[in-house]
Design a protein around this ligand. Structure first.
Ligand SMILES: [Ca+2]
Ligand SMILES: [Ca+2]
Length: 393
């Protein structure tokens, strides 16, 4: 009996541990379950040719016309774009695609997804989770492939959330609707501010999920909330996106990540950094080329408070980046630093894909401390010399 009850309690213990463990399991960084839409539905993928989905898309909840499309599939003579693998989904008018995910309440997450448009009309997609909702414009084509990767950040309000993609469009042609593929999430953290640098995440190493096998980088659309940003610390304050690039596919000045500025003045990233009024600072950064055959010249406009200066990319020798410096005197306790590309660059090989200068290693550091000390020492020395001159002559 005792042995039985000991065994029973042990089993209870084990079950409770298992239960506790299972409730703690949260979505891991990376692809959502069937986030690439390559898992076949119960009755197989629909035969080539469009049509209503006859069985559910595994792991997804759908509402309205959500179709699985196949690579190579044509519609009205137009080849449908499947971003990765052999399958993707298309959302019809007002259709929705959702997945319930386990997350950590109060944390910031970023969702990365591929999207392609099917017709030339205005297309956009709405992404929502918790009280967060964002409309992503798919009208602007940033590259010639016909699809792109986008990242959006959100703060979750509970441990269980539903991530929803919705085609808000009401096209005359109901088969015109965005195609989605490769949906991943990543829990973000805000890096600590370095001791000698007022810029948070100035090396851009913390950012959204990137797929190792995708060479297009990730577009960061407009985001005005510095607290909830796919690029912690930074905001994209323009109406066009900037591109987050990785060292696997691009030339990156430092570490594994950097930002490529696109669309000229229409692609601005900025950050408010803590400063001491009347103190002198240096804004330094690396300016480089992404190694994506971008047509020169490359140049950025850099801002720090009321200072603005243009910097042209003129590398020496084989270097792919150079260091730049903008000095400024802080006027307030917070100073805005910002960057945009001066030119509207495209690639030399396809003349359509947008590209631009790359920035990295952004630092703001105080220069007045040492200057003041040196100035005081010099003043002191001058005073002493004057005193000795007056006394001894
Ligand atoms: Ca796929
Ligand atoms: Ca970096």
């Amino acid at each position: 009996m005792t042995r039985l009850s000991a065994g029973w309690s042990c089993w209870t213990c084990f079950s409770l541990t298992l239960l506790a463990f299972s409730t703690l399991v949260v979505a891991e960084d990376g692809l959502l379950v069937n986030g690439d839409f390559e898992t076949p539905p119960a009755d197989g993928f629909p035969d080539s040719g469009l049509g209503e989905v006859t069985s559910a898309i595994p792991s997804w909840i759908t509402n309205g016309t959500v179709e699985l499309v196949e690579a190579g599939q044509k519609q009205g003579g137009m080849l449908l774009v499947v971003p990765q693998g052999l399958h993707a989904v298309r959302l019809g008018n007002d259709a929705e695609l959702s997945q319930d995910i386990k997350v950590e309440k109060g944390s910031i997450y970023s969702v990365t997804f591929s999207a392609a448009r099917t017709c030339a009309q205005l297309e956009s997609i709405n992404v929502s989770i918790a009280s967060f909702s964002h409309e992503v414009d798919l009208q602007t084509l940033y590259n010639i492939e016909g699809w792109d990767l986008y990242a959006l950040a959100f703060e979750v309000e509970s441990d269980d959330e539903r991530l929803t993609f919705r085609n808000t469009g009401m096209e005359d042609d109901p088969t015109c609707g965005p195609i989605l593929d490769d949906i991943a999430i990543k829990k973000l953290f805000t890096p600590d501010k370095p001791k000698d640098n007022a810029v948070i995440n100035g090396d851009f190493e913390e950012g959204p999920w990137m797929f190792r096998n995708t060479s297009l980088g990730v577009l960061l659309p407009t985001n005005l909330d510095e607290e909830v940003s796919s690029l912690p610390g930074w905001i994209v304050e323009s109406n066009r996106a900037v591109r987050y690039v990785d060292s696997n596919h691009y030339t990156v000045p430092e570490g594994k990540r950097a930002v490529e500025l696109l669309s000229g003045k229409e692609g601005i990233i900025s950050q408010m950094v803590e400063t001491t009024p009347e103190k002198q600072y240096s804004l330094t950064f690396s300016l480089g080329e992404a190694g994506d055959s971008c047509k020169q010249p490359l140049a950025v406009m850099a801002f720090a408070g009321d200072q603005a200066e243009s910097f042209h990319y003129t590398p020496l020798g084989n270097a792919s980046h150079q260091s730049q410096n903008l000095s400024f005197t802080a006027k307030a306790e917070r100073t805005r630093i910002a960057f945009y590309s001066i030119y509207y660059n495209t690639r030399t090989d396809d003349k359509s894909s947008l590209c631009g200068p790359v920035i990295d290693e952004v630092k703001v550091w105080g220069a007045s401390g040492s200057v003041t000390v040196r100035a005081r020492l010099a003043h002191g020395l001058l005073g002493l010399l004057l005193f000795m001159y007056l006394v001894f002559t």
